[in-house]
Ligand binder design. Structure first.
Ligand SMILES: [Zn+2]
Length: 105
């Protein structure tokens, strides 16, 4: 979930305007106007948040991929997959290969 945590008061806002403007409604201050040491803390929090979100997306993708593999394996022997399914599966495999290449770097 998109949020912003103020390094000064520690409160988190899920208000999209606050997130976009990087504004703390409790301190009534734009976070970019804060002193550098507070900003560094905020950026570290944001990076940690992005990593956490990325890990969640990655897990969900992995589950989806396993589901697709199971469904395809579940189809009776000799089943011809509809063209749309084949295309989607090809795209998914290609997207996963791109992620794997990036992770290998
Ligand atoms: Zn604040």
């Amino acid at each position: 979930m998109v949020s912003i945590t103020c390094p000064r008061c520690g409160k988190t806002s899920y208000n999209l305007n606050d997130v976009r403007e990087r504004y703390c409604g409790f301190c009534h201050v734009f976070l970019d106007d804060m002193p550098n040491h507070q900003l560094d803390r905020l950026r570290a929090q944001e990076i940690a948040q992005l990593r956490e979100d990325g890990a969640r997306v990655s897990y969900a993708l992995d589950c989806a991929l396993q589901l697709v593999e199971c469904l395809i394996a579940w189809a009776p022997e000799g089943t011809v997959l509809p063209e749309g399914v084949k295309t989607c599966k090809y795209r998914l495999d290609e997207a996963m290969r791109q992620i794997a290449r990036k992770e290998a770097k």
